[in-house]
Design a protein around this ligand. Structure first.
Ligand SMILES: [Zn+2]
Length: 161
């Protein structure tokens, strides 16, 4: 029997203003995208924005439905849109932010498990690590060098080949 330990390193910035310019710009884009959230049921707004290798940015927001399983997370909304808008263009970073009208979110909200899977597969598909930038409505910002850091031992297409 062996014991394996996994370690994940990430950076913590005290605020949006403390981020490097490119990360701050992308997080601001995610904040603007959040305003387009369609969340009449949860009232929990999520905004995400991606940066492509060509420098372009694209935002997306969560998109709910009265039939709850049909709700689309902001991360998946923007990644699907990205694949249509710039097919084949690698995505180098994704910024995610949230807003809860019932209580201020002062800690970074991490992507759900399904979104981690989609982020991880997008990295594999594009052969490009995706920087992940997370912030609540206020407070510190967490930065991961790649999405797969958030999903160790992930399932992937290799299992199906
Ligand atoms: Zn999600």
């Amino acid at each position: 029997m062996q014991t394996q330990t996994l370690q994940i390193a990430y950076q913590i910035y005290p605020s949006l203003e403390a981020l490097p310019d490119a990360d701050r710009t992308l997080l601001e884009q995610a904040r603007r995208a959040l305003e387009n959230s369609y969340s009449p049921y949860s009232h929990f707004k999520v905004g995400a924005a991606v940066r492509f290798a060509n420098g372009e940015m694209l935002g997306g927001a969560n998109y709910e439905n009265a039939a709850y399983p049909m709700c689309i997370c902001a991360e998946q909304a923007v990644l699907a849109a990205a694949a249509s808008r710039f097919p084949g263009e690698p995505i180098t970073a994704i910024a995610i932010t949230v807003q809860n009208p019932h209580k201020p979110v002062a800690a970074p909200a991490a992507p759900c498990g399904a979104c981690r899977q989609v982020i991880s597969e997008t990295e594999q598909r594009n052969l490009c690590p995706m920087r992940v930038i997370l912030q609540g409505e206020t407070g510190p910002v967490f930065v991961f060098e790649k999405g797969s850091d958030l999903l160790p031992l992930s399932f992937g297409g290799d299992f199906l080949g």
